[in-house]
Structures are given as structure tokens and as C-alpha cells.
Design a protein. Sequence first.
Length: 170
Amino acid sequence: MKYAAFLRGIGPSNPNMHGAKLKEAAESAGFKNVQTLLASGNVIFESGSSDQAKIEARLEKTWPAKLDFKSMTIIRSQRQLQALVDADPYKGAEHSNRKTYLLVSFFKSPPKTKPDNYYEPSGVNALCSTIDSSQSGTPDFMTKLDKRFGKDQITSRTWLTIQRVLKKMD
């Protein structure tokens, strides 16, 4: 099966968080056909396992052992990401850094109280938010998500990144 790992808190200033190092670490954990996308902690790979929690745990142990950092990691299968894209949560709206910022926040496990715009197709467990980026406030929005759901339970990507990840999985 093909999977995407979404790592939280990846910064390009840390040389151990660069794509080549993430790729090498994921390969050392036994994953195949590993690729990275962008500099924000997106790792695409194949695994014979269908137990996403075990895959997450294996990667979360690999980062400090091989690269000397910890990162909460959320795994989604190609099928789950395709189900989310097929659901068209933004009803055709386009992502624009200057107008409409489309954000997908993945949950490690389903939240106790599900917010509006929460999508569960095929176990995707994601909050799809539209942020008016013509005004400042995106960082405040992320802070509110962290406070409400916990930094150890959520990581976010733009809708464009999700589409790029899915395209690279093909």
C-alpha cells in the first residue's frame, strides 16, 4: 500500500529534517519507494502493513534514533487521501495565499467533539478549513487548533500540498 507521512514541526533550518535525510531514515525503517515532497515533512512510501498506527509508531521511533529529533507523525493511505479529494470539501474553491487559504488538518485519532467541516471518508479524520487570508490571522487560527485539539494530535497542510502528495503517489 502507498502511504503519506505528515510530520509535525519540520523546519528547513535543521539539516536533519531535509528530504534526503527523511528519505534515508524511512528506508532504514523498512519502507520502500520512499520519496519526499516540499520541505514541510511530507514523506511518501510503500509498506506491506495496513496497520497505520504501527507505521506511525515505527516512524516516530525512527526520527530520534536516526535523525536526533522527535516529530508527531500522521499516516494516511493513498485511498484515504483520494477519498478526501473526491469529497471536494472546498466545493471547487481555489487556494490563494492572498485571498483564500484552504487548510487540511489531520487528526492522529478522531476528536471527541467533531468540529464543523470534519471529514471522515475512509477514516481520513481531517478538518477542512477555509481561512480569509486577505487579513492576517492564519497563525492565530493554527494556535486555536493546537489549543483545542492538542499539538500531539494534529498537523496541517494546504489543500495544494494534499493534491501534490496524491499526484506524486501515482
